[in-house]
Design a protein around this ligand. Structure first.
Ligand SMILES: [Mn+2]
Length: 247
């Protein structure tokens, strides 16, 4: 499904049709092990699921460039052996097929030693020039002020892991969701997390994380954002404006 002219929703990722650029975000490699170590008995198959999803997408769409929009790594404080191995494997796989661009997230403070070894760099944003639009891709934990940001009219962020609770009779289920709406003079697209471990923040009831969305909520314009909801098979459904949902 197209979220904006030329940009399609493919599961929890975005694909620039003409430019053949795939954008993913909030992979949070290592999260399953860190939850497991806390004593929660969860299945340790998240990394496998992430790789399977990407293998299928890469095979089908053949992206020239893959942009990782922040929080590739989960743990803030250290690099565990498990993370080192998985992140190396993950990036090596992607590098085989495409150019890889890494945008830093708030969880990526100590990612550098791993990506250095693979000859990759990390930056705070990436700009894509389309026919009529400038697209600025950044993690979303900080509102930027640079000239590229100021002159861009489409902003793509992650960080929030947006999800929406839907009621069906007595059942309440939470689903990952893309959001699209206005932030000042720009169109803002918020992507869900690629990690299947949790659906994310219920944006209609939980505390928001991203300064973009906090400001939008304070200005009481979050209700005008549109939701594109993913089911558990990564099929996307357009649900319209948020103000009609959740009540
Ligand atoms: Mn983040």
């Amino acid at each position: 499904m197209e979220i904006i002219s030329g940009i399609n929703i493919i599961g929890p990722s975005l694909f620039f049709e003409k430019e053949k650029i795939l954008v993913i975000g909030d992979v949070h490699i290592g999260q399953e092990n860190s939850i497991h170590k806390m004593g929660f008995n969860i299945p340790l198959n998240q990394f496998k699921l992430i790789n399977e999803f990407l293998e299928n997408v890469v095979e089908e769409l053949k992206p020239k460039t893959i942009i990782i929009n922040g929080d590739l790594k989960h743990d803030f404080g250290k690099i565990t052996n498990d993370e080192w191995d998985k992140i190396t494997l993950f990036l090596k796989n992607l590098k085989k097929y495409s150019k890889v661009i890494i945008i830093g997230g708030n969880h990526d403070k100590i990612l550098e030693p791993i990506i250095d070894k693979l000859d990759l760099q990390m930056s705070s944003y990436h700009k894509i020039v389309l026919e009529n639009d400038f697209v600025y891709i950044t993690h979303g934990d900080i509102i930027p002020h640079d000239l590229d940001y100021v002159t861009s009219n489409i902003i793509i962020i992650g960080h929030e892991h947006p999800a929406i609770k839907l009621k069906d009779n007595n059942r309440v289920e939470i689903f990952k969701s893309f959001l699209k709406g206005k932030y000042k003079d720009k169109t803002l697209i918020v992507m869900p997390s690629l990690n299947p471990i949790s659906e994310g923040t219920d944006i209609l009831s939980q505390k928001l994380l991203s300064p973009f969305l906090k400001e939008i909520k304070n200005n009481k314009t979050l209700g005008y954002f549109e939701a594109y909801i993913l089911d558990d098979k990564n099929k996307v459904y357009f649900f319209g404006k948020l103000k009609g949902l959740g009540d």
